[in-house]
Design a protein around this ligand. Structure first.
Ligand code: C2E
Ligand code: MG
Ligand code: MG
Ligand code: MG
Length: 282
């Protein structure tokens, strides 16, 4: 009897596992379909220059408008897209869309997140070069956001790729800085232009001395190494005040602007530049 129970249990778990595997397979299928059908969209979140008080660039963030389930967050589908390999065509589509859109924002740059899987595609550099050429975006207006994960397994090859990307004339940002392991040596050994301080530090600076000190140390590090520093996830006026007082170069967060459709960015750029010229005129 107990054996039967055991077997029953075994098959219960195994069918649950099967169900989960099937659900993931369906979702991966849906992703392929959605990529072809145009159910992915790109939103853009402004990054503000604290000194010039204007939009220096925007970050491209992909969204999935699932035909039945509605909007699915990138945190929920990027890992699966990485496992099933769709991240490479999806990431290329985001890159192309972002570059083609940013061409119209005279002087405002765009940053694009690159998954480690996409980064390790042997043709990645060529594809980026082709994208710049075909869209006509000046290379200095493109920034690629890379996380430490990219540098973990094969540092020599990663260096080669990063150097080749730099030769195209674009900028490189280390995203989510402070959440990984050996960020410091990475900053010294790889050709980054920008450090993006992870939201987890920024969200605590007004309430926790330790978090503020870490942010100040990162800002000092950026200055010493000649890197620009962006703070992610700025949600309150206090955070903004502290970051400005500490000379953080750029700030990004819901306080200033949420990720927006490209048409909204068009409007925002026009609005801000007319405000700026009014200010200069008085
Ligand atoms: P990330 O690159 O660190 O992007 C910043 C995330 O923080 C975005 O979440 C953004 O909406 C969110 N955020 C910005 N300001 C605030 C704030 O003030 N408060 C809070 N709570 N959140 C804020 P999102 O769009 O959900 O993206 C999550 C992650 O998914 C991104 O983190 C990035 O790692 C990944 N991702 C998004 N788009 C792409 C893409 O096109 N390709 C790849 N490979 N990854 C992407
Ligand atoms: Mg990012
Ligand atoms: Mg980040
Ligand atoms: Mg992230």
């Amino acid at each position: 009897k107990s054996k039967q129970n055991g077997r029953g249990q075994y098959s219960f778990f195994s069918s649950e596992m099967n169900e989960r595997i099937n659900a993931r397979r369906r979702l991966a299928e849906d992703m392929r379909h959605s990529l072809a059908a145009g159910d992915f969209i790109v939103e853009y979140q402004p990054r503000f220059d604290t000194r010039a008080r204007k939009i220096r660039s925007v970050e491209a963030l992909v969204r999935w408008e699932h035909p039945e389930r509605g909007r699915i967050s990138p945190a929920d589908f990027i890992p699966l897209a990485e496992q099933c390999g769709i991240i490479t065509p999806l990431g290329e589509w985001v890159l192309r869309t972002a570059c083609a859109t940013a061409v119209n924002w005279e002087g405002v740059g765009v940053s694009v997140n690159v998954s480690p899987v996409q980064f390790h595609d042997p043709q990645f550099v060529e594809k980026v070069a082709a994208c710049l050429q075909e869209t006509g975006l000046p290379p200095h207006l493109l920034e690629l956001e890379i996380t430490e994960g990219v540098l973990l397994d094969d540092a020599a090859r990663a260096t080669e790729t990063l150097e080749a990307l730099k030769k195209l004339g674009l900028r490189l940002a280390m995203d989510d800085f402070g959440t990984g392991y050996s960020s410091l040596s990475y900053l010294r050994n790889f050709p980054f232009d920008v450090i993006k301080i992870d939201r987890s530090f920024v969200s605590d600076i007004a309430t926790n001395q330790g978090a503020r000190h870490i942010v100040q140390a990162i800002l000092g590090l950026g200055r010493a190494l000649g890197l620009s520093v962006t703070a992610e996830g700025v949600e309150t006026n206090e955070q903004l005040t502290l970051l400005t007082a500490d000379h953080c170069d750029e700030v990004q967060g819901f306080l200033l602007a949420r990720p927006l459709r490209s048409s909204k960015i068009d409007e925002l750029i026009v609005e801000l530049s007319s405000q700026q010229s009014k200010r200069h005129a008085t």
